[in-house]
Write a protein that binds this ligand. Structure first.
Ligand code: MV4
Length: 449
């Protein structure tokens, strides 16, 4: 097992990893930018090293500074968390070449699954259905028009190097397909330095269901059931839950088994999430693999009773998975809301500032994953999420009631937050009935721009 791990991240996920290491008796080195210097959560690390200015490109994204900190800190492994360099193949490669274990998938698996086209090819070979569309990248307008004629509109144009909805466009006829292709390619070139685009039949108003996977270095793979993340706004998840509501058990098992087949065929190791969209008839389609731990991992931890971060560290150190699939339960219902420092009355733009008062709810089945505290200054430099409130109850209705009670109890002053919107969603019939789909909130709950 590793003696020392560097946590190459910040905020709540850095705290989550520091806590997991502490419980395992593993020493930790934290990194921080000048903006995060002196943050409370850094006190849980054995050592913290400032790696640069607030701007992420010169600190949390600067590979050479993180590797220098790893050398100075004399660590055997690096946990990247999520975001930042967590899915950066070059970073994983540099770690390996410096004989530092990257706590995540192999470079090969990351590159095979990180490219959406190759991921779809791997899925197809593993008998995991994707959405009908182009086999590979679109080489010409004529090819795109021919595919559209075959599969019919609406069509989604996607960037192969994209993810999280970036660079996606819906085309509903030949004209919008032609313009959409050009725009999507330009946007992809600019955002990902890769203009490659592909087409898929657009599944209207789908649900977003993802399967948590963990694989060891000895070929063993298990799923830790699914999460429903359909409550989103502009591809930002607001509420996540497990199990997915109103999904027949047979569909749940089929989607989880498909995810295991895909991950096994890619020789993937460590934690990952296989993302699907599900239509109103419960047909599910593979979309992409997220080759990292995700923000919403706590809901899975609550229903399975497992510590995903500790398990990531164990499999990275070469340990065998300690459970067989049949030993992994999905008990009760867990729901997570993301509390963002955003102003709902100003199109959810960031609302940085000092938290002048903070009263966190608690009680039976309540978990708060956050690095903030009363007096903490929420800066403008990083994403706006300040914490995750997670509840775990025997039934979904009890989980909703508990979340509503917690949000009523929550006191946070000095910044604006998404709490008012979260309260509205929890009382929305479509949500309570388990009928939320990915564009419901934007279509029905937010003022049209
Ligand atoms: C789709 C889709 C419908 N049809 N693909 C969004 C980003 C990435 N996670 C995959 N995504 C989707 N892919 C096809 N063929 C719907 C989504 C989707 C979505 C689309 C528009 C607005 C919000 C969305 C939220 C989740 C998923």
């Amino acid at each position: 097992m590793f003696q020392r791990i560097l946590v190459a991240n910040r905020g709540e996920i850095a705290l989550r990893i520091l806590r997991a290491c502490r419980e395992m008796g593993i020493e930790t080195v934290a990194v921080c930018s000048e903006a995060d210097r002196g943050a409370d959560y850094l006190k849980l690390a054995n050592e913290s090293i400032c790696i640069g200015p607030a701007q992420a490109s010169n600190s949390y994204l600067l590979i050479k500074n993180i590797i220098s900190a790893a050398e100075i800190g004399n660590v055997q492994a690096i946990h990247p968390g999520y975001g930042f360099l967590s899915e950066n193949e070059h970073f994983a490669e540099v770690c390996r070449s410096c004989k530092i274990e990257f706590i995540g998938p192999s470079v090969d698996a990351m590159s095979k699954l990180g490219d959406k086209i190759s991921a779809k090819e791997i899925a197809r070979a593993a008998n995991v259905a994707g959405v009908p569309g182009s086999d590979g990248l679109i080489a010409s307008e004529e090819e795109a028009l021919a595919i559209a004629a075959k599969i019919g509109y609406p069509i989604l144009i996607k960037a192969t190097a994209g993810g999280g909805g970036k660079g996606m466009r819906v085309a509903r006829n030949d004209i919008s397909l032609k313009t959409g292709l050009k725009q999507a390619a330009m946007e992809a070139e600019k955002a990902f330095n890769n203009a490659g685009v592909y087409l898929e039949k657009y599944v209207e108003n789908p649900r977003h269901v993802e399967v948590q996977i963990i694989a060891d270095q000895h070929g063993e793979v298990v799923h830790l059931w699914e999460r429903d993340c359909s409550s989103q706004r502009k591809h930002q998840k607001l509420i996540e839950e497990s199990p997915a509501p109103n999904l027949p058990q047979a569909v749940r098992e089929a989607i989880c088994e498909a995810a295991v087949r895909l991950i096994k065929s890619a020789n993937y190791t460590n934690a990952g999430t296989v993302e699907f969209i599900v239509d109103k008839d419960h047909n599910f389609y593979f979309i992409e693999v997220n080759a990292r731990i995700q923000v919403e991992h706590p809901v899975t931890e609550m229903v399975t009773g497992l510590d995903l971060i500790q398990q990531q560290i164990r499999v990275a150190a070469g340990e065998h998975l300690p459970w067989k699939q049949s030993e992994i339960p999905c008990r009760g219902c867990s729901m997570e809301v993301r509390i963002n420092a955003e102003d709902p009355d100003n199109d959810f733009r960031g609302s940085p500032g000092r938290i002048t008062k903070l009263r966190i709810p608690g009680g039976n089945g309540v978990r708060w994953d956050s690095h903030v505290h009363e007096g903490y200054v929420v800066g403008p430099y990083y994403d706006s999420m300040i914490g995750k409130l997670i509840v775990h109850k025997p039934t979904r209705l009890e989980a909703i009631a508990c979340l509503k009670r917690c949000l009523d109890e929550f006191v946070i002053e000095g910044i604006k937050t998404t709490i008012p919107l979260l309260k509205r969603i929890l009382s929305e019939a479509a949500f309570v009935d388990g009928g939320m789909h990915t564009t419901f909130i934007e279509q029905n709950m937010l003022a049209k721009k």
